[in-house]
Every structure is written in C-alpha cells, then in structure tokens.
Design a binder for this molecule. Structure first.
Ligand SMILES: C[S@@+](CC[C@H](N)C(=O)[O-])C[C@H]1O[C@@H](n2cnc3c(N)ncnc32)[C@H](O)[C@@H]1O
Length: 237
C-alpha cells in the first residue's frame, strides 16, 4: 500500500531520481550542509570500531563517501558499496578511481532483496537510505540478515529537530530554500522537494529504534547530530 503523499512506484521513482541528480549530488550535499556531512559520516564510521573485524557493507553507498570514511576507520577491511542507481554507482566508481581506492568493490543491488548470503558482513551501514525505501521493515530485516551475529547495523538519517523555534527555521530552510537551490544547481526542483517531504513522512528516531528492536536487533540506541537534524542508530545483530 502507498502511504499518503508517497510516489506510486516508490522504488522506481527513487532510482530514476538519484540517477538524474547523481552528477550534482556531492555539490548539493556540500551546499546544503555547509560541508558538515563529512563529519557525520566520520562519526558513523567511528561507531564501527566496536564491530568485529571483517568485511563491511555500505548499503545505498551513493557516490561512496561513507564507504571511503569506513575504509579510513577500518583500513584492514574491505567495504562493499551497494546501490540500485546506475548513475550513483558511476559517480562512485569515478571517485574511487580518482582516489586509487581498490578495496571498495561496487555492486548493483536492491536494499529490499540483497544478493548476499545470511551472516556475510561484520557490519552493515546505510546513510540517508531508509526514508527512501518502499518497505522500511523489510529493508532493516535485510540489513540484519546479512550481518554476522554480534556484528553492527548502523544507520544515518535526516530527522526533524525538536528544539522550539529551530524546528520552524529548519522547516523553512528545508522546504523553501533547498528546493530552490536544487532547481538552480542540480536543475531538479522535484528531487529537492521530495527530500524534505520524505523526511516529514519518515518515522521518528524513537520509532525507528523500536522498529529495529522488533526486527530482532539488540542493544539498539541512537544519538542526534547536526543540531538535532540527523539521527545515528546502532543495533547489534
Ligand atoms: C540520499 S542518497 C545517499 C547516498 C550515500 N549513502 C550518502 O550518504 O551520500 C540515497 C541513496 O540510496 C539509494 N537507494 C535508495 N533506495 C534504494 C534501494 N531500494 N536499494 C538500493 N539503493 C537504494 C539511492 O540510489 C541513493 O544512492
């Protein structure tokens, strides 16, 4: 069933949208966050220091920034980058090539039906994926399925802040300014209007933590970053 306000075929809508904006994706991230997104990725990668040794899956790797941050945090481990957008994978491949990074194999894969065996990875991460999924429970279940027992499932997602006054300002920035910048810089107002709408429709950080627990993950906890606009969740498989 399609939730109110959601695109009808959400997976296809999301896949084609990211392929459309892939060439401007990094620039838009830099502009929208003032470059802060790299710090959030570093913090996400740092949580993996608590995971067992072994390969990591960065799901919805996009242009590969989190996979690169994880490689820096875990130089001994391979990081598989998976995504279902050809355009994003092309940008990731070009970036990895420019950096001479050979231990981030890229795989075309749908997060809702991962082409990996159960218990393959020491940790599975996703940054800014979850609100794009047509079936959130299934996405979390797939992340857990391919993680080894004792390994970590780590997610990073945008969330509405709760600080009075700041929430309104953030809403104005996100709903008014971001689509206008997206229109000029990426030539795609629709994609950058979908972004704040998808955040508004997404579950709260507490709701996501509850869902992760119901999916069988243990020791689930989260913290807010970026003045409450980002939530970093961790669970143990
Ligand atoms: C907002 S981007 C985030 C990219 C990257 N993780 C980052 O931090 O910049 C969302 C990514 O999720 C991917 N994605 C969305 N739904 C997906 C799915 N069902 N399976 C695989 N990738 C998906 C998109 O193609 C896109 O690259």
């Amino acid at each position: 069933m399609v939730a109110p306000g959601e695109p009808a075929n959400k997976s296809e809508y999301v896949r084609t949208m990211f392929t459309r904006i892939a060439h401007r994706y990094d620039l838009m991230n830099a502009l929208m966050t003032g470059g802060r997104h790299h710090a959030w990725r570093r913090m996400t990668a740092d949580t993996l220091r608590a995971a067992p040794a072994g390969p990591v899956l960065d799901l919805a790797t996009g242009t590969g920034d989190l996979a690169l941050a994880i490689r820096r945090a875990r130089p001994a481990d391979t990081v598989v980058g998976a995504d279902f957008s050809e355009g994003m994978l092309r940008e990731a491949a070009a970036k990895l090539g420019r950096r001479g990074e050979r231990r981030v194999p890229l795989v075309a894969a749908d997060a809702l039906a991962l082409p990996f065996r159960d218990r393959t990875f020491a940790a599975v991460t996703s940054a800014f994926l979850l609100r794009n999924l047509a079936d959130l429970s299934r996405g979390i279940a797939e992340m857990r399925r391919v993680t080894k027992p004792g390994g970590l499932v780590v997610t990073l997602e945008i969330t509405r802040p709760r600080i009075p006054g700041w929430d309104g300002l953030f809403g104005f920035y996100f709903h008014r300014i971001v689509p206008a910048v997206g229109s000029v810089v990426a030539g795609d107002r629709a994609a950058y209007a979908y972004l704040p709408d998808s955040v508004d429709r997404f579950v709260s950080p507490q709701g996501l933590a509850d869902l992760m627990r119901r999916t069988g993950l243990g020791d689930v906890h989260y913290r807010r970053l970026g003045l409450g606009t980002i939530a970093l969740h961790v669970g143990v498989a």
